[in-house]
Design a binder for this molecule. Structure first.
Ligand code: ATP
Ligand code: HSE
Length: 349
């Protein structure tokens, strides 16, 4: 019997001004316990799936419908392979779904690593990134989850032929339900090197407090409220701050006033405020002056989670944000997290 464990961290995208550009992997891990018995159980795609944790009431256990196993299947089909007979998968997921902590990015990265291990494909992490980017088409969460740490990324300008391949509809990359090799539907193999990324440093005294409201905002909804174009003034506002922020977060000791102002944003947070009651007031009123130890505050990914970067007083900072959300009848929990420097890891057992 072959066995492995795949662990993929959650991630917070944008960090204020870096919309679709920067991501921070954090130490809350989606875990897949995988075994291949060689004995068929007659399951869809030959994969039996069990699941515990966040999303257990909504995540499908049919492998032809589940995002992780459909992704693994895509990777296998690209190599003319199927799930090995008697594949068993137990999933432990502490990452809340649709809250801005990269649950879908982690699921896609886990699925690509799963396909790579099951098919004994020996793909590099760089090549696995190409498969993830065929599915989740903004690179911030998946790059952080795969590579770990604080990461900047972009999609390369591809030549016309390769561009065609990555622009095909997601339904052709990941049909639902997933079909087998014998359907004759060959999924598109990703071009090589869709994205590029770089890891930034991170000052070790900076912790991330994730304040997680008890409601979901899907990324699709949070993107639908954004404008199609931005003014030159707003673009420059964000670019200036992002340029400062990526280095400010590496410096020890961190400078709160610099980080706080460098985490301001005009590209997504103002538009998403209508989806998240209290967001605007929270971002404006919780500052390094009112809360010593706070460095900066932003929406995590597409929200509704708030990410506060801080060096101390974590409980006081979180309690204040919880209190402000409760004025809008929103209950929250919070987690104090640190960067997950290694990103996704697959360990043979
Ligand atoms: N472990 C998982 N297994 C299967 N499907 C998952 C899993 N995690 C997330 N998903 C799918 O991804 C959806 C959530 O994705 P969405 O992009 O809306 O939010 P998010 O990734 O949590 O937040 P963000 O992208 O803002 O960080 C879920 O509704 C579910 O369909
Ligand atoms: N950059 C993305 C992250 C969410 O997946 C967004 O803010 O929409």
């Amino acid at each position: 019997m072959r066995k492995c464990i795949i662990r993929v961290p959650c991630s917070s995208a944008n960090i204020g001004p870096g919309f679709d550009v920067v991501g921070l992997a954090l130490d809350m891990y989606l875990e897949l316990q995988v075994s291949v018995t060689g004995v068929s159980e007659g399951q869809p795609l030959e994969c039996r799936l069990s699941y515990e944790g966040e999303g257990s009431d909504e995540v499908p256990l049919d492998a032809s419908l589940n995002l992780m196993t459909r992704t693994a299947h895509y990777v296998l089909l690209c190599h003319n392979k199927e799930f090995p007979i008697g594949t068993q998968l137990h999933v432990k997921n502490p990452i809340p779904l649709g809250r801005g902590l990269g649950s879908s990015g982690a699921a896609v990265v886990a699925g690509v690593m799963l396909g790579n291990w099951l098919g004994e494909l020996e793909l590099s992490k760089e090549r696995m990134m190409d498969y993830t980017l065929m599915i989740e088409r903004h690179p911030d969460n998946v790059t952080a989850a795969m590579m770990g740490g604080f990461v900047g990324s972009y999609l390369r300008d591809l030549d016309a032929k390769d561009l065609e391949r990555i622009e095909i509809p997601l339904s052709e990359v990941l049909p639902e339900p997933a079909g087998g090799v014998d359907t004759g539907l060959n999924p598109p193999m990703p071009p090589v090197g869709i994205g590029s990324h770089i890891k930034f440093g991170w000052a070790p005294e900076i912790y991330a407090i994730a304040i997680i409201p008890d409601f979901e905002v899907s990324t699709a909804t949070a993107r639908s409220v954004l404008p199609a174009a931005y003014s030159k003034k707003d673009m420059i506002f964000n670019l200036q701050r992002l340029a400062v922020l990526t280095t400010a977060l590496t410096r020890s000791p961190p400078v709160p006033e610099l980080i706080y102002s460098a985490m301001q944003d005009r590209m997504h947070q103002p538009y998403r405020a209508k989806l998240i009651p209290g967001l605007e007031q929270i971002l404006q009123s919780v500052t390094p002056t009112t809360h010593p130890g706070l460095l900066g505050i932003c929406l995590s990914g597409a929200g509704p989670t708030i990410l506060a970067l801080a060096t101390k007083n974590f409980e006081q900072i979180a309690t204040e944000i919880l209190r402000r959300f409760s004025e809008h009848n929103i209950q929250c929990r919070y987690e104090v997290l640190q960067p997950a420097y290694d990103g996704a890891v697959c360990t043979d057992l």
